[in-house]
Write a protein that binds this ligand. Structure first.
Ligand code: NAD
Length: 287
């Protein structure tokens, strides 16, 4: 068996075309969707991620506003800027690029963002609301995983899903969102004993550990669908996921590549959330 490649780049392109059309409709009604991005410090990877998000906004017609603050910024200045963006009607989404410097009170920063503009879905309300299915916005990477599975026509009801990785921004929310779709979900993490005992049971295996080569063919059920969220840079400069692509593709039915799998969806879902926010604003104005 050679796994079908789940092409995240192609799916993202299709979704972005539809998003661009919705942006045009909003503009025709006098609303230009706006995303504010806050970047603190000089982390090179963060700057690259922010650059990609800004470019993606431009490509679909979303206006973006980027605030770059020095590493030395204090909590109060940052919180005051977020409060100003919360009140700015031209801004429909606010994203604070993580990680933040250690002296910054990250939970407080995230909770200062208005839940109506929390397009990253990291506000405590939106994280908690994943439990009841009442989020204002779903976090972008888990939302992207759901979209990839949806694009494969997979009905999640009753499927055995194993999520490897239990972070607050990827693993846990992904598990909750897939459970909401009716899957039976197991979550594994660094303290899980005998990881393979779980992964081998998975009809759908989602891996978000940040460990290159963590999942090898013997750990995967024949015919499984494998979603590799991991992004790892090897010493030779190559970008790889957490799954041994060559080995596992001989056993899985379908799998995402890295790059070109989940990554393009993460940015796409940020655009989607921003447009949804602008559409809600317009609907409220019309009400
Ligand atoms: P994290 O470091 O916050 O969490 C990693 C999780 O994996 C933890 O729960 C940890 O317990 C678990 N883990 C680590 N080693 C393990 C092991 N040997 N066995 C089992 N579990 C193990 O990372 P994160 O922010 O959740 O990101 C995970 C990966 O996903 C990273 O490679 C990151 O770069 C990538 N990522 C990709 C996207 C995307 O858009 N594709 C978005 C966010 C994160």
């Amino acid at each position: 068996m050679t796994a079908r490649i789940i092409d995240g780049t192609a799916l993202a392109r299709r979704l972005r075309t539809a998003i661009a059309a919705r942006v045009d409709t909003l503009k025709a009604s006098g609303v230009t969707p706006g995303l504010a991005v806050i970047l603190v410090g000089g982390d090179a990877a963060s700057a690259v991620y922010v650059g990609r998000k800004v470019k993606a906004c431009e490509a679909v017609g979303i206006r973006s506003f980027t605030d770059r603050f020095p590493e030395t910024i204090d909590n109060d200045t940052l919180l005051a800027r977020i409060a100003a963006l919360n009140a700015d009607p031209a801004v429909h989404g606010i994203l604070v690029q993580l990680p933040l410097p250690p002296h910054i009170d990250m939970p407080r920063v995230l909770e200062t963002i208005s839940i109506d503009k929390d397009v990253d879905g990291f506000h405590l309300y939106n994280i908690g609301a994943l439990v009841t299915g009442n989020t204002v916005f779903s976090p972008c990477t888990p939302y992207g995983v759901v979209k990839l599975l949806e694009s494969e026509g997979i009905d999640l009801k009753g499927q055995n899903v194993v999520v490897v990785g239990a972070s607050n921004i990827v693993g846990k929310p992904t598990a909750l969102m897939l459970m909401a779709e009716g899957a039976t979900v197991s979550i594994c993490h660094i303290h899980t004993r005998d990881l393979a005992q779980y992964t081998i049971m998975a009809d759908i295996l989602v891996v978000a550990a940040g460990v290159p080569g963590l999942i090898v063919a013997q750990m995967v059920k024949r015919g499984a669908v494998v979603i590799d969220v991991g992004i790892n840079r090897l010493p030779d400069g190559r970008i790889v996921g957490d799954v041994d692509f060559a080995g596992v593709s001989a056993k899985a039915a379908a799998m995402t590549p890295v790059p070109g799998g989940v990554g393009p969806l993460t940015v796409t879902m940020l655009l989607e959330n921003t447009v949804v926010s602008a559409e809600r604003t317009l609907a409220l104005a019309d009400a």
